[in-house]
Design a protein around this ligand. Structure first.
Ligand code: ADP
Ligand code: MG
Length: 327
């Protein structure tokens, strides 16, 4: 059974950056305004994520790493919405099957924090009361210790570290109200640091450079008939850095859409020389019923109804915003 769980877990969590994304989303779901991440060996050896969110109630601490444990269903209005993100209550469980987890968490109505250690979905010994602030700290150690084939593939700690910084960068652009920090355990200076309560433009300047931020153009559009909302910003500065700058959020989750990326690039082709990479950030809110529920959890690639209408809308918004800037 453990072997099957481990294989299933390996499908959901393929590298440290997947674990970070899942845990980061949990921090945000818990209403955190500060999230800090400390890593050793690109998260393969040690990955600590600390937030100042609502914390986990003691009675939930026993079961948080069990499959399908989620405190979030009550937030959803109907059953269709539950399938929005393809899977629920599987992230911590999956991580616990391929790593050792320690959680320290305190809610505002508890007098102290509680600490638990977990493996293979289960709490290993009874919870221990300890000191701590309101919020949650999760430490993931020796990721893939029991999956030698995976460890062999992920040899490059620098690359894994960079992928984590990229994930946090995207979330920092989408959530300027939240302060993020990423650093290596043995370094004093963080590699990424944003302040809670910043503006999106502040964070674009900080993370992508002030020259990009200076030329940023924003757009917003709501389609009542197809019930989607589109917001974003873009620049037509000739941005030729290697840093990926197509940031897409659907319903506040960072996702990939090759088709939408291509649609965006085709607009840019009219404005930019080949080989230059513009900065584009798009946030799309769609009614959950319109998202493809067959999406596999590991693939952040999504599909949704009215794709061509929505892509057209994105193209029109970009086009008019870039055209406007040229005149
Ligand atoms: P899901 O997010 O789909 O509910 P997860 O496995 O990611 O499933 O998390 C399981 C549960 O653990 C969450 O529903 C939440 O109750 C709790 N949890 C996890 N991380 C945090 C956190 N940082 N702050 C508060 N609660 C958390
Ligand atoms: Mg989650």
């Amino acid at each position: 059974e453990d072997v099957i769980n481990r294989i299933a877990a390996g499908e959901v969590i393929q590298r440290p950056a997947n674990a970070v994304k899942e845990m980061l989303e949990n921090c945000l779901d818990a209403g955190s305004t500060n999230v800090s991440i400390i890593l050793q060996e690109g998260g393969l050896k040690y990955l600590q994520i600390q937030d100042n969110g609502s914390g986990i109630p003691k009675e939930d601490m026993d079961i948080v790493c069990e499959r399908f444990t989620t405190s979030k269903l009550k937030k959803f209005e109907d059953l269709t919405n539950i399938s929005t993100y393809g899977f629920r209550g599987e992230a911590l469980a999956s991580i616990s099957h391929v790593a050792h987890i320690t959680i320290v968490s305190k809610t505002s109505d508890s007098l102290c924090a509680f600490k638990g250690t977990y493996s293979d979905g289960k709490l290993k010994e009874s919870l221990k009361p300890c000191a701590g602030n309101v919020g949650t700290q999760i430490i993931v150690e020796d990721l893939f210790y029991n999956v030698p084939t995976r460890r062999l593939i992920l040899k490059n700690a620098t690359e894994e570290y960079q992928k984590i910084v990229d994930v946090v960068t995207r979330y920092a652009i989408h959530n300027p109200n939240v302060g993020f920090l990423v650093k290596k355990q043995n370094e004093t200076n963080p590699d990424l640091k944003t302040q809670s309560g910043s503006s999106r433009l502040d964070n674009i300047a900080l993370l992508f450079g002030s020259s990009i931020a200076k030329e940023i153009l924003s757009f917003e559009h709501e389609d009542k008939k197809l019930s989607f909302k589109l917001a974003g910003c873009a620049t037509n500065a000739n941005y030729s850095s290697k840093k990926r700058a197509f940031i897409l959020f659907i319903n506040h989750r960072s996702v990939e859409s090759t088709d939408l990326r291509k649609a965006v690039e085709s607009v840019y082709n009219a404005y930019l020389p080949k080989g230059s990479y513009p900065f584009v950030y798009i946030s799309l809110e769609i009614s959950p019923q319109n998202i493809d529920v067959n999406v596999h959890p590991t693939k952040s690639e999504v599909h949704f109804m009215y794709e061509s209408e929505i892509f057209d809308c994105v193209q029109r918004q970009l086009d008019s915003c870039l055209l406007g800037s040229n005149t």
